[in-house]
Design a protein around this ligand. Structure first.
Ligand code: UT7
Length: 337
C-alpha cells in the first residue's frame, strides 16, 4: 500500500559561542593568516558563525541533533517512542563507532527506532529526507526523524583561509510522518545524484581506513578538509540550477509556482547566481548563512526551521530544497507544506 510523507515538525540547535568575522580574523592573525571582515562579508555573505566547544558535551554533534530533534518532536506533537527510524546526516560524527544516530537515540530515548548515519556531506539532509520518504511512503515506517548535524570546525585547518572562514557548527531536524497518498501537503519529488569523479574538490586525505593519522600527517593537517573553492563554486551554480529545474519539470511547475527556495547555504554569491539563472526573486530565498556560515548538512533544515517558526512558511505553500556537497553530491526535494 502506498502512502505519502509530510514534514510535521522542525527544530534546530547551535552552539553558544558566536564568532564574528572580526573575532575570527583576530584568531587567524595569531596563526599568521591574514583575513578581514570586509573580505569575508563581500566574498561569502557570512557575518558570523557558531563554533562548538569540544569540552562541552552539550555541544557535541549528537547533543545539538538531540536538541533540534526534541524541538521538532514538540512541533509535531510526537514523543521519542513514536520514532520508527532515525537518519542522521553528517560527515563529522561524534565517533566513528557507534554512529551519531545511535548516540542521539541513546540521548533522546527513542527506544523503538532503528538508527543510521549517512554521509552525503552538505547534501546530507536532502539525501536523508529522500530516504525517509521512501520508507514512509511504502508503509515501512510511520514516523521518521531526519537530522542534519555537523561540528564542521573539527575538520577545519585554521591556516587554510579559503575554507576556514566559511564553515560553522549546528544541527537541524525534521519529523517526517505518513499521510494518505492523496494528501496535497506532502513531499512531491526527490532527485538525487552524485559524481565521485569530482572527489578531489573537497576531501579529507587522512583519518579513514586508507590513511592513518600519524604525527607527521597530523602536522601537515592531512586529517582536515582540502577544498578547491573556485571549482566547487562553478559546479555548484550549474548543478543547483539543474536540480531545481528537474524538480519543477517533474511536477509540471515553473519558478512562479514556488513560494520558497531553501538552498544549501555555502556562499551568498552562489545563491544569488542560481536565483538569477532561475529568474527567482531573492525575496523567495531563505537565508541563514549570514549568521551561521556553512553548517554543511545542517544548512537546509536550520534555514527551513527558522522560516517555519517565524511564520514565513505557511500551510499549503510550495517549497524547494536544493543542495550540493563533497562527493560531489547533489539533490533537490520539492514539497507542499
Ligand atoms: O558546501 C560546499 C563547500 N564549499 C564551497 O561551497 C566553496 C565555494 N567557493 C567559495 O565560496 C569561494 O570560491 C571562496 C570563498 C572559497 C573563495 O572566494 P573567491 O571569490 O573564489 O576568492 P579567490 O579564491 O578568487 O581569491 C581572491 C583573492 C585572492 O587573492 P589574490 O590572488 O587576488 O591576491 C586570495 O588569496 O582573495 C584572497 N583570499 C582571501 N583574502 C582574505 C582568499 N581567501 C581569503 C580570505 N581573506 N579568507
Amino acid at each position: 500500500m502506498e502512502f505519502a510523507a509530510r514534514i510535521t515538525g522542525t527544530g534546530s540547535a547551535f552552539p553558544e559561542s558566536r564568532i564574528t568575522n572580526d573575532d575570527l580574523a583576530q584568531k587567524l592573525t595569531k596563526l599568521g593568516v591574514e583575513t578581514n571582515d570586509t573580505w569575508i562579508r563581500e566574498r561569502t555573505g557570512i557575518r558570523e558563525r557558531r563554533l562548538s566547544d569540544v569540552e562541552n558535551p552539550a555541544e557535541h554533534n549528537s547533543s545539538l541533533g538531540c536538541e533540534a530533534a526534541q524541538k521538532a518532536l514538540e512541533m509535531a506533537g510526537k514523543r521519542p517512542q513514536d520514532i520508527d527510524q532515525i537518519i542522521y546526516a553528517t560527515c563529522t560524527p561524534d565517533t566513528l563507532l557507534p554512529s551519531t544516530a545511535c548516540w542521539l537515540q541513546h540521548k533522546i530515548g527513542a527506544s523503538r527506532a532503528w538508527a543510521v548515519d549517512i554521509n552525503a556531506a552538505c547534501t546530507g539532509f536532502v539525501y536523508g529526507l529522500a530516504i525517509a520518504e521512501q520508507f514512509v511512503r511504502t508503509g515501512q515506517a510511520k514516523t521518521s526523524l531526519v537530522v542534519g548535524g555537523e561540528v564542521f570546525s573539527s575538520i577545519l585547518n585554521w591556516q587554510d583561509r579559503d575554507a576556514c572562514i566559511l564553515f560553522g557548527d549546528g544541527a537541524g531536524a525534521a519529523i517526517v510522518e505518513q499521510v494518505p497518498a492523496k494528501s496535497s501537503r506532502r513531499i512531491l519529488s526527490c532527485h538525487l545524484h552524485s559524481d565521485g569523479n569530482l572527489w578531489e574538490l573537497l576531501y579529507i586525505p587522512a583519518g579513514g581506513s586508507n590513511m592513518e593519522v600519524t604525527p607527521e600527517r597530523y602536522s601537515q593537517h592531512l586529517h582536515k578538509i582540502k577544498m578547491k573553492g573556485k571549482d566547487i563554486f562553478k559546479t555548484a551554480v550549474k548543478t543547483l540550477e539543474d536540480f531545481a529545474v528537474r524538480a519543477l519539470k517533474q511536477n509540471q511547475m515553473t519558478v512562479d509556482d514556488l513560494d520558497w527556495f531553501v538552498p544549501h547555504q555555502a556562499n551568498i554569491r552562489i545563491i544569488e547566481a542560481v536565483a538569477k539563472r532561475l529568474h527567482l526573486p531573492m525575496e523567495k530565498v531563505v537565508i541563514n548563512l549570514d549568521r551561521y556560515g556553512n553548517t554543511s548538512a545542517a544548512t537546509v533544515p536550520t534555514a527551513l526551521d527558522e522560516a517555519v517558526r517565524d511564520g514565513r512558511i505557511k500551510k499549503g505553500q510550495t517549497i524547494l530544497f536544493d543542495a550540493f556537497g563533497a562527493g560531489l553530491t547533489y539533490g533537490s526535494i520539492l514539497l507542499r507544506w
